[in-house]
Design a protein around this ligand. Structure first.
Ligand code: ZN
Length: 229
């Protein structure tokens, strides 16, 4: 039997956004009361409008987000295969706020979780940030981050993509963002603001997190799901 685990954060007005990003605004665009006047027999509908950043909340980055090269792919031109496939999850939640995680420590986390990262896998890393700080301002910058050696480790493992349950895989105190720079160099993308990763640590599953087909999008919200057999 297939089990589906939702790895996505909620979208709502007032949700935390990455510092400097567009805040999420949602309003009722048409109400049942208003639309009923246009129909007969009781027919009516309601619809909402949403203003939000293409990087919020649970989302995937396009290559064009972290690579300024004119040929860097926007989200609608990236292969669908990028966003679906075999995945594993490790736990790095023992690292404290603003601490750096090294490549060696990622390998240790794999060993601790009994996980073997294969080329082409999608690797999720649980920092526990969303579990601790969901819905509070602390969520936006109170988390650890990967250092240069960890970024290099991901590239050497030849993961297809990776993801974290915090706003960025880089350390919020870093000015050089080595993980995003590794992504620029390799074209490997990543997911940010995942949740519920405690439910998949140490497991092998199928990950699906398809972006919306936003023309020239620099990223897209996704419904991230772990599919377990
Ligand atoms: Zn990113």
């Amino acid at each position: 039997m297939v089990q589906l685990i939702d790895l996505s954060q909620e979208i709502y007005q007032g949700m935390e956004v990455y510092p400097g990003h567009q805040k999420t605004i949602i309003w009722q665009h048409a109400s049942h009361e208003e639309t009923a006047a246009r129909f007969e027999g009781g027919m009516s509908y309601q619809s909402n409008a949403i203003l939000m950043c293409d990087h919020g909340p649970t989302h995937v980055d396009s290559v064009s987000h972290f690579d300024p090269a004119p040929e860097a792919a926007p989200i609608d031109q990236m292969a669908l295969d990028t966003f679906y496939g075999p995945a594993v999850c490790i736990d790095i939640s023992h690292k404290g706020v603003h601490e750096y995680i090294s490549g060696e420590e990622l390998q240790e986390a794999c060993d601790a979780a009994g996980v073997n990262v294969l080329p082409g896998d999608i690797l999720l890393m649980r920092t526990g940030t969303h579990d601790k700080y969901a819905g509070t301002p602390a969520y936006s910058n109170q988390h650890p981050g990967l250092d240069d050696s960890a970024a290099e480790w991901l590239a050497e493992k030849r993961v297809k993509a990776f993801g974290v349950d915090c706003p960025t895989p880089d350390n919020p105190i870093s000015k050089t963002y080595p993980v995003h720079m590794m992504c620029r160099r390799t074209g490997i993308t990543h997911y940010e603001n995942l949740t519920n990763l405690d439910k998949v640590v140490g497991k092998r599953f199928i990950f699906a997190g398809f972006p919306l087909r936003i023309r020239d999008g620099t990223g897209s919200p996704v419904r991230a799901v772990a599919i377990l057999e």
